[in-house]
Design a protein around this ligand. Structure first.
Ligand code: SF4
Length: 304
């Protein structure tokens, strides 16, 4: 796959976003995905620049604050043959976008959501974002954080995401493998990526994470994959409990995976059997330079 020359990148030196971009790029390449069939959808924040900075000829949409997931669902449902990846910060997806984040779980659309979790709103000078814990004071806050934090892993599992994992931006090799698993997963996948922001978060630094993160894969007793429907509840509970481990040890890896739940695309196809072969994006909208449909007719149908 040919790499594109990127002329500029304005992330701060040492930003964890570089590791996420590198892992995502390598995952797309190693899976041999056709770049014409890959769409990156981002929200607002430092992470929102991923579609601009990637060095692959994929498609990208830099959308509105908190709305990347809704755009991504629209892209995927219009053309289910595309591989759709959402990139957004914890503020973007778990703050203003949290309603969309939760409701997406009920649908289980087959796409991948990557959260750049740095605990701050980096683009707007480091205000506390939803994953920063109560009482923590980063160098950009005048006083310690007054809010409790959101646990992205527990929230995603409770909402119905069928692949839930955590990665670390400075362990690019491990993160790449997690992203590959998420892309291959049939259903809605979420990866919470611990992403140091050296400019505004002086607590959750590379040094902080390097000595704490450990891999769930190293525990031979850890098996996050649901193989029979009756296992789902127990594996969900174990994953949520594991996600509360935060302190001297912080687990990374796959927390939960269940491919026994139907995807939204499958549910649509059950009602509309031609959907997968002839999705909306394949509709012929013009013939010999003339529109095949009169927009006025469509508008008349839709008026209430
Ligand atoms: Fe990265 Fe933080 Fe700089 Fe944004 S402000 S580019 S998150 S280091």
């Amino acid at each position: 796959m040919a790499a594109l020359k990127v002329e500029w990148n304005d992330w701060c030196p040492g930003c964890g976003n570089f590791g996420i971009l590198s892992a995502e790029q390598q995952a797309i390449q190693e899976l041999g995905l056709d770049p014409k069939k890959v769409v990156l959808v981002s929200g607002i924040g430092c992470s929102g620049k991923i579609p601009h900075f990637i060095r692959l000829p994929v498609s990208g949409i830099h959308t509105l604050h908190g709305r990347a997931l809704t755009f991504a669902i629209g892209v995927k449902l219009a053309n289910p043959s595309l591989e759709v990846i959402v990139n957004g910060g914890d503020g973007d997806q778990l703050g203003i976008g949290v309603g969309h984040f939760v409701s997406a779980g009920r649908r289980n659309v087959d796409l991948t959501v990557i959260i750049h979790n740095n605990g701050v709103y980096g683009l707007t000078k480091g205000q506390a974002s939803p994953t920063l814990k109560l009482g923590i004071k980063t160098k950009s806050l005048p006083k310690p954080n007054i809010n409790s934090d959101v646990n992205p892993i527990a929230l995603a599992i409770s909402a119905g995401y069928t692949f839930v994992a955590r990665g670390y931006a400075y362990d690019v090799k491990h993160l790449k493998e997690i992203i590959k698993k998420a892309i291959k997963h049939k259903g809605l996948a979420m990866i919470d990526v611990l992403q140091p922001c050296p400019t505004y978060n002086d607590i959750h630094t590379k040094e902080y994470y390097d000595k704490r993160v450990y891999k769930l894969d190293d525990d031979p007793g850890w098996d996050p994959v649901v193989k029979k429907p009756e296992e789902a509840e127990d594996k969900m509970s174990k994953a949520i409990l594991k996600s509360t481990e935060w302190g001297d040890r912080i687990p990374i890896g796959v927390f939960y995976q269940n491919e026994l739940v139907s995807t939204y695309e499958q549910r649509i196809a059950e009602r509309s059997p031609s959907y997968l072969d002839n999705p909306p994006a394949h509709d012929v909208i013009e013939f010999e330079g003339k529109p095949t449909t009169d927009i006025e007719d469509i508008l008349k149908e839709r008026r209430v």
